[in-house]
Ligand binder design. Structure first.
Ligand code: 13P
Ligand code: SF4
Length: 308
């Protein structure tokens, strides 16, 4: 995928960032949904699980998180001695904002003994109120690790339903969803299949249930990349955020990828630009911190997942 800035601008900014990064002893982590040029200057590009593992293990002094707020917050939870910066403080996740700690506490009061699985797309405060965290790559494994049937999955109803269906379990769901993946319709998939009859359909489990049913493979961003690499197929209809196409083209240059809908763009993920990354390294802001009492409890929730 092409950069969204000129090649000259890219070269200049990339070398400025490289120097600043060395000065600051910083590491740059980026999600697969980031702009192509941001992915290209990052030290590590990954899915939510891989990024949280990197954040927990790095020995850098500064983490520049090119993603959305909850991701930087997870880095601050796991690495409290490091400076964590998010290049644009408005880069939030609308799905994460669909559940808050007060609402969750009220639910737990209404349903005594309920165990709460929280998707990593949630605030530190919500994680602190939950029993175990999960990402889209390990949701099934996390739910499987819990006994009984008094389990609440928050905030992504689609991912929760997907995991429940695979395991044949009955779960309670929170009515949250990703505004970007929700834009994908069955009609989009049918149209793409008509245009590319030989293509495999690969989608993220944040898509609606009826979309996942149409897919040949459902998985996290890293899962979709691995599947495309190992599959014999040469063409793929991609049902997740557009930024992933950059990595797909890099790892499978000979294969063809078609975004299932032009509407699959997360505006929050696109807020990060190289100019903002440079400014964040210069000023070490906007900084993301977490209240210590909440951090300790949220860390336990994240670590129960990482231990699996
Ligand atoms: P994964 O990278 O874990 O698949 O998550 C997708 C996502 O929506 C991140 O906001
Ligand atoms: Fe949140 Fe969806 Fe954007 Fe991921 S793609 S950050 S879940 S709004």
């Amino acid at each position: 995928m092409k950069h969204t800035i000129s090649q000259d601008e890219f070269q200049t900014l990339a070398s400025e960032i490289k120097l600043l990064k060395k000065e600051r002893k910083a590491v740059i982590l980026a999600h697969y949904y980031q702009r192509p040029e941001v992915q290209d200057i990052a030290d590590f590009v990954g899915d939510s699980l891989q990024l949280s593992q990197q954040a927990a293990n790095t020995d850098a002094e500064v983490i520049v998180f090119c993603g959305v707020h909850f991701m930087a917050e997870s880095a601050a939870i796991l690495s409290p001695d490091k400076v964590v910066v998010l290049p644009d403080h408005n880069a939030g996740c609308p799905m994460a904002d669909m559940v808050d700690a007060d609402g969750l506490r009220a639910y737990k009061k209404r349903v005594p003994g309920v165990k709460v699985v929280c998707y990593v797309n949630s605030s530190a405060e919500v994680k602190a109120e939950s029993d175990i965290c999960c990402t889209s790559s390990n949701a099934v494994k996390v739910v499987q690790s819990l006994e009984g049937d008094n389990i609440l999955f928050i905030p992504d109803e689609n991912l929760g339903r997907y995991a429940a269906k695979l395991l044949g379990r009955s779960l309670q769901f929170w009515p949250g969803y990703c505004k970007t993946h929700d834009r994908l319709t069955k009609e989009d998939i049918h149209k793409a299949k008509e245009e590319h009859p030989l293509a495999k359909v690969i989608v993220h489990p944040e898509c609606r249930e009826d979309i996942c049913q149409e897919a040949d493979y459902v998985g996290s961003t890293a899962g979709l990349i691995n599947f495309s690499q190992s599959s014999d197929a040469q063409e793929f209809i991609v049902g997740t955020e557009s930024g992933i196409l950059h990595r797909l083209h890099q790892v499978c240059p000979e294969k063809k990828f078609f975004l299932a809908s032009e509407r699959l763009v997360c505006p929050n993920m696109k807020l990060t630009t190289l100019e903002k990354v440079k400014a964040a390294l210069k000023t070490l802001s906007p900084r993301v911190t977490v209240n210590e009492e909440i951090r300790v409890r949220a860390k336990a929730t994240l670590e129960r997942m990482l231990a699996l």
